[in-house]
Design a protein around this ligand. Structure first.
Ligand code: ADP
Ligand code: MG
Length: 199
């Protein structure tokens, strides 16, 4: 990926998180502590501030740098988890990945998030978006279809009962609200799908 493409990717991710920060806050207020919008915005603005330096690196090193920055700046439960996602992608991806390499790397990155969070899909977390995105990628779906699959997957967390994270403290009362981290993950997936050519 050219440096200018990686810069555009960072801008698109930071823009969509900023544009939806209030929505993410409201989702986290319903079944968490209401910090998810600010957490994500702080993290992605910190990444944006270093976009040029990151974009000058190879794709694996750039993703590792993004993950490290997110761990340091997002905070909450989601900071280490999104950080792990990006750092694992950096570890697993070759410098110029094709679709197969991207799919394999995302699979490994999901395993890393799952291990870090001691969580699985079906527990009303970001993994409930990441896993369907992986499956859509593996099935060769186009970028727009993958973005739609991510949105549907975030919607599908509404009827779930939270079994991990703060929302799990609410038990049955977590049912009926979308998971904030699932929503932010779907926003990031759409930003990637709309920015990266041929995704
Ligand atoms: P906190 O829960 O510490 O306030 P955030 O509000 O920033 O942190 O992030 C909450 C989101 O993190 C949840 O909506 C969920 O998607 C995700 N999350 C929390 N715990 C886990 C976990 N163990 N595994 C996967 N995702 C998790
Ligand atoms: Mg929170």
């Amino acid at each position: 990926m050219a440096a200018s493409d990686f810069s555009r990717l960072i801008a698109a991710a930071a823009d969509t998180i900023a544009a939806h920060a209030e929505e993410l806050t409201a989702l986290d207020q319903a079944i968490g502590d209401g910090d998810h919008g600010l957490n994500m915005q702080r993290g992605f603005e910190a990444v944006r501030a270093e976009a040029d330096a990151f974009a000058a690196k190879s794709l694996p090193d750039a993703l590792t740098a993004v993950g490290t920055k997110l761990v340091m700046t997002v905070g909450g439960a989601s900071g280490p988890l999104f950080g792990t996602l990006f750092m694992a992608l950096g570890r697993e991806l070759p410098p110029a990945p094709d679709r197969a390499a991207l799919t394999a790397a995302l699979g490994k990155a999901i395993e890393a998030v799952s291990a870090r969070g001691k969580s699985q899909p079906g527990q009303k977390t970001m993994l409930d978006v990441l896993q369907p995105v992986y499956e859509a990628l593996a099935q060769g779906k186009a970028g727009t279809e993958i973005a739609e699959a991510a949105d549907r997957a975030a919607d599908a967390t509404v009827p779930m009962k939270a079994l991990r994270g703060r929302a799990s403290f609410l038990g049955e009362r977590s049912i009926g609200h979308m998971d904030a981290g699932a929503r932010s993950t779907a926003l990031l997936v759409r930003a990637v799908a709309e920015t990266v050519e041929g995704f």
